[in-house]
Design a protein around this ligand. Structure first.
Ligand SMILES: [Zn+2]
Length: 470
């Protein structure tokens, strides 16, 4: 059996309705794999359909606009130049005309290209959308392979081109973000008082992670810092955000954009749960009229656990005393008692000094584990001091059912960074490239990418919905 697929075009520029054959299927049907369309049939069919459709549309467009809007005279053709329009259904190679302006148009340029007014971008929005959406989840090479598997995209569409398209989309997303704000401007006091009483509080977790950089300076490991966060309202969906610290110019604006998209009101109570790193603390200093900053319990508990593990490696009599001491420190911190935690840490450091002195007098070699533990305890004491203002009574908060931990943010860091940028990736990133891709990735994770495209291209994807409704 032979199936000839034709399309009928009506209302084409100064032509009666006509049909164009676009694909022929001529195959025996003896086995299951012969039934229905093959992927290659579908790709060829869509590719041919797209070529015919775009050429007809553009011819129609040019015919409509050829006449001068003032006198109606046909504008003369100055020449042609090649133009490639990339679509999800193949590239269309066009001869783009250049027309002379009519004398009555009173325009500074004597000539113009009518197609560049229609084709404001040379990559079809839907292709750019698919590339961005998929590149947020997998490597550029994987996106290329996937596109080639299911769509009649051009043979030349490879990872480098896809990377360029995705970064262009990201640049556009970045341009949407307003100027940086140095303090939260919720309006004047009267406006704040008059604003509606907000619902339940919102929790924002902030955490840092690292991505391997492309440049490696001597003596450095070549990594750069990424800040990831998750904003969790009591009701509604959580949203993530992320940026490369070194190049981000508007961290506060970015945070605010997320909060606003979740409908945060001027009187909303915001709890920031941070990991205690210097960079994250700076961003936490962003003051919303009603916000509190808390060192998240997850990070304290994790550090204490590391101290306990080191201590378990000891052999001497001091092991039991040190283990009990560290448990005490944890207990004091749980109750927000920084002073007693500090005192206990100092006592533990003295205890270690004494133990090392005893070893030295007895003629034993100095214990490596004790030395390591002393350094770790000292670092932990500094960490506690630096974050003293953000250590609260966790026990009480916990009993009241309030959040004390961003264990969930640790997962946000994994969610935003690890899966695409770190895990078993031999890939190395430039800070700018990583930052841009993070913007695409967070949009995809927040389910916002499509809305951004709809804002740029008002009827984007509309026909699909009409078809679905039919
Ligand atoms: Zn004219």
């Amino acid at each position: 059996m032979k199936v000839i697929i034709q399309i009928c075009i009506e209302g084409a520029a100064s032509r009666p309705p006509f049909t164009v054959p676009i694909h022929t299927i001529d195959r025996r049907c003896d086995q299951v794999q012969d039934v229905g369309l093959a992927l290659e049939d579908a790709k060829s069919l869509l590719g041919q359909l797209q070529q015919t459709l775009v050429r007809e549309q553009l011819e129609h467009y040019l015919t409509d606009y050829r006449a001068c809007p003032h006198c109606g005279k046909q504008r003369a053709i100055k020449g042609y130049h090649p133009l490639r329009f990339r679509t999800a259904f193949g590239d269309i190679c066009l001869r783009s005309p250049r027309w002379n302006r009519c004398l009555c148009e009173q325009c500074r340029e004597a000539t113009f290209c009518p197609l560049s007014e229609l084709l404001t971008v040379h990559t079809a929005p839907e292709l750019a959308y698919l590339e961005a959406k998929w590149a947020a989840q997998g490597s550029f090479a994987a996106v290329g392979a996937l596109l080639h598997d299911v769509l009649p995209v051009d043979q030349a569409l490879r990872q480098e081109t896809i990377r360029r398209h995705v970064l262009a989309t990201a640049e556009r997303l970045e341009a949407q973000l307003g100027p940086e704000q140095f303090a939260y401007d919720g309006g004047c006091q009267r406006e704040i008082e008059a604003s509606p009483e907000p619902a339940a509080p919102i929790t924002v977790g902030l955490d840092g992670g690292y991505i391997r950089g492309r440049e490696r300076l001597p003596g450095a490991n070549g990594c750069f810092e990424v800040i990831a966060g998750k904003s969790i309202p009591e009701e509604g969906a959580a949203k993530v955000f992320a940026f490369v610290h070194r190049i981000e110019r508007k961290p506060k604006r970015r945070l605010r954009a997320v909060l606003e998209s979740q409908g945060v009101l001027p009187r909303q109570h915001i709890t920031f749960l941070c990991d205690g790193g210097d960079t994250v603390r700076e961003l936490g200093a962003y003051v919303h009229p009603r916000s509190e900053h808390i060192l998240d319990w997850f990070h304290i508990a994790m550090r204490v656990e590391q101290l306990l593990q080191t201590t378990r490696g000891l052999q001497g009599a001091e092991k039991a005393v040190l283990l009990t001491g560290i448990e005490c420190v944890k207990w004091f911190l749980w109750h927000g008692n920084v002073i007693r935690a500090d005192d206990t840490l100092n006592n533990l450091l003295e205890e270690i000094d004494d133990a090392r002195e005893r070893q030295r007098r007895a003629g034993f070699p100095s214990s490596v584990v004790l030395k390591k533990l002393a350094r770790a305890l000292d670092e932990f004491a500094t960490y506690v001091d630096n974050n003293a203002g953000a250590i609260v009574n966790y026990g009480e908060r916990y009993r009241c059912g309030e959040r004390i931990s961003t264990g969930f943010v640790e997962s946000a860091v994994n969610q935003v960074i690890a899966k695409r940028f770190v895990k078993k990736q031999q890939m190395r990133w430039t800070p700018r490239g990583a930052h841009l891709l993070l913007q695409v990735r967070t949009q995809v994770l927040n389910g916002e990418l499509r809305a951004s495209f709809e804002k740029w291209y008002p009827r984007f994807g509309a026909q699909v919905q009409e078809l679905l409704a039919a």
